[in-house]
Design a protein around this ligand. Structure first.
Ligand code: SF4
Length: 393
């Protein structure tokens, strides 16, 4: 996850560069349930409105949570499927808060209603992220639910009225990129606290639609638009978060933006970005799926590190001899091609390995989702990655 606002705030009001944070446990994204009332085209968990077998019961969830706490996991993102379909979601949320986690709820928003908003507020979620895929027509088509857009925005409004920090989660594709400016305007209208742009990754339904992934130039323009909006908010005193995920080349792009607009700050920003280090799959990010299987992150659902029903998460995470995990934990990661030669590897960390794996079968191949040019990354010349060729047909 790349926190644009956090870095841009330091450009506006410079602060000393903090040393790289000492390691705690990873942020855990926990898909508590696979059932969902929607069937979105880009869903990585390929959910459906049916019960899936083998999911953890309340007691098992509580027991895993105790282990996560003693392992110093700081943040739980409770996700799905649609987590509000779990009858015990509020009990789980309350327990997580009582244990001291920062707790986020990741929802499609359509099940947040006048009836349950009081319970959602009382649970004490630190943040509710609601998925929006475009304007009304696009969103309802992506989500395959007429009225889904209005229902999601009702969820946003209810959260705001209840005093809950709320964000929009937007997955960028070629089909919805043109609507990004209007969505940012909607964010303004509804006084939304956070905008999370997720780059499309090739997993779940996203894999089947990779030819429709955003062109690199379009991706870059979208991120530059976020930079512009974020900087405008900061300089106008508006408190709001802009965050991106699944493309760590956004870090080097911000450095280039800074070299152009605030050159005197570039060296300090570069040090902050190196301390961040880019992609955190398998290190600072972990995923537990609905059946208790642990994965390096949410896009590695084919990669099984063991099940929390049989072995504590802390043991699976700490004692793994899994080759992919060993690679994630190397510094620098053993990436090849453009990533291996890139001048920004220490910032980006080699980006998103699922994209490399899905397109080449090699998890350490260069990331075809990188939109920076050879000149920018300091590489003399490389052939056009297969994905770009696919996108251009
Ligand atoms: S070439 Fe690879 S390491 Fe360099 S910025 Fe792009 S994705 Fe990151």
């Amino acid at each position: 996850m790349f926190r644009i606002s956090q870095y841009m705030k330091t450009l506006y009001r410079p602060t000393p560069v903090r040393a790289a944070a000492s390691p705690t446990g990873p942020v855990v994204i926990w898909n508590l349930i696979r059932r969902c009332n929607l069937t979105c085209r880009h869903c990585y968990s390929i959910s459906a409105d049916v019960d899936f077998p083998g999911e953890l019961n309340t007691e098992q969830v509580f027991s895993v949570m105790d282990d996560l706490k003693q392992f110093r996991v700081p943040v739980l993102i409770l996700s799905g499927g649609e987590p509000l379909l779990r009858p015990d979601i509020f009990a789980i949320g309350q327990r997580a808060k009582a244990l001291g986690f920062y707790v986020g709820l990741s929802s499609n928003g359509t099940l947040i209603t006048e009836e349950n908003i009081g319970q959602i507020a009382a649970t004490g979620f630190d943040y509710v992220g609601i998925s929006i895929d475009g304007l009304k027509q696009t969103h309802d088509r992506f989500r395959q639910m007429p009225g889904g857009f209005d229902a999601a925005l009702r969820g946003v409004r209810l959260c705001k009225e209840a005093g809950i920090k709320v964000g929009l989660r937007f997955t960028l594709t070629r089909d919805n990129a043109a609507e990004l400016p209007a969505l940012l305007d909607i964010m303004d209208e509804h006084d939304v606290d956070k905008f999370y742009l997720s780059h499309l990754n090739y997993a779940g339904r996203g894999k089947r639609s990779r030819k429709r992934d955003a062109f690199h130039q379009m991706t870059r323009e979208a991120i530059e638009l976020l930079f512009t909006r974020c900087w405008s908010d900061i300089t106008n005193g508006r408190e709001r978060d802009y965050v991106t995920g699944n493309n760590d080349a956004d870090g080097p792009l911000l450095l280039q933006w800074t070299r152009k607009h605030l050159p005197e700050q570039a060296e300090t920003l570069e040090q902050r970005l190196v301390n961040w280090g880019g992609n955190a799959s398998g290190v600072n990010i972990a995923n537990i799926d609905n059946t208790g299987i642990v994965h390096p992150d949410t896009y590695w659902w084919d990669h099984n590190l063991g099940n929390v029903k049989e072995t504590p998460f802390s043991t699976l995470w700490r004692e793994t001899d899994d080759a992919l995990m060993q690679g994630f934990r190397q510094k620098p990661r053993p990436v090849k091609g453009r990533c291996g030669q890139c001048r920004y590897l220490a910032i980006c960390g080699g980006n998103t390995r699922t994209r490399a794996f899905t397109t080449t079968g090699d998890p350490w191949a260069e990331d075809p989702g990188c939109y920076l040019s050879d000149d920018e990354i300091g590489v003399m010349h490389s052939p056009v990655p297969e994905t770009i060729a696919l996108q251009q047909v």
